[in-house]
Design a protein around this ligand. Structure first.
Ligand SMILES: [Zn+2]
Length: 287
């Protein structure tokens, strides 16, 4: 069972001045991921990109200690979180750096990334700097074949992301539009799916964005429309409050709380295995 969009180590304090966004303690990470493993979880995709305080070596250690797989992401989040050095890089420089992260290892380490994501844009528009990153990701994807995953919060900005990625030559069959469940308009989700991309219900458990019951109703509708094999489920844990250590429901929320909502609605175990096991596997293997 894979969670395709999470964060294990992240530190956004300097940009947000919010101490809930400091996740840097390996002991907490081991404790939290231990619950995930106990509930049957096997793989976490950590989409903490440059500028968000990622820690590839700590990820490798924690994965080894807990006995799960962690796939690390590379790329850039939305412009507010771009590291200052990104400004001086050309699109070609950015693409070369991303390919290096994917093929050889993050700077100074031999830990390789396995996905381009989460690639961010503003929620109402895509800035020039964000567009440059999108184009560089398309180039890096063509060279390496990895999936791309985006941050598309609250609006229909995912449609614009698809348009730009397509124009830049990205493989839409390996493009995931993220956070679509923060925009509860199922017609928008269907519109994305008809463009040939994947969609991620990856804010499950974040009740300030939508209730899990409404998410479950929407997934029933999407499966009914024939899109079971294009949907991913995750929780985007990224705040202390989402973790069990601080009163949250942790990385096992999808398994322990959300899948039962789907079963209650008549979704079969085969279907939920497709959503949580087969779909992520297919996205990463390309078959
Ligand atoms: Zn995220």
């Amino acid at each position: 069972m894979t969670l395709p969009h999470e964060h294990v180590f992240m530190d956004l304090y300097e940009i947000t001045m919010n101490s809930h966004l400091i996740l840097c303690d390996p002991e907490v990470a081991r404790y939290e991921l231990g619950f995930f493993k106990e509930c049957g979880g096997s793989t976490i995709v950590d989409q903490t990109v440059h500028g968000l305080g990622s820690d590839p070596e700590a990820l490798r250690e924690v994965a080894r200690d807990v006995g799960i797989n962690i796939i690390a992401g590379t790329g850039f989040y939305w412009e507010k979180f771009h590291p200052p050095w990104l400004r001086d890089m050309t699109g070609r420089d950015i693409a070369a750096m991303l390919v290096k992260d994917l093929a050889e290892g993050f700077y100074g380490t031999d830990v390789r990334a396995g996905i381009l994501g989460e690639i961010g844009t503003h929620h109402r528009r895509i800035s020039a700097a964000e567009e440059r990153v999108i184009r560089a990701c398309a180039v890096a994807q063509r060279e390496t074949g990895v999936p791309i995953s985006t941050h598309a919060l609250f609006t229909r900005i995912g449609m614009e992301q698809v348009r730009l990625f397509e124009e830049a030559g990205a493989n839409l069959d390996k493009l995931v539009i993220g956070h679509v469940d923060t925009t509860p308009d199922v017609d928008y989700h269907l519109e994305l799916l008809r463009r040939g991309v994947w969609i991620a219900y990856d804010a499950i458990g974040q009740l300030d964005k939508q209730t899990d019951e409404r998410r479950a109703d929407a997934i029933v509708r999407l499966i009914g429309a024939g899109y079971r094999d294009r949907i991913l489920l995750s929780t985007d844990v990224g705040k202390r409050g989402a973790m069990r250590s601080y009163g949250g429901t942790g990385y096992d929320h999808v398994i322990t709380r959300f899948l039962p909502l789907l079963w209650e609605r008549g979704i079969s175990k085969d279907d939920t295995t497709a959503l949580t096991v087969d779909n992520p596997r297919r996205l990463f293997s390309g078959s």
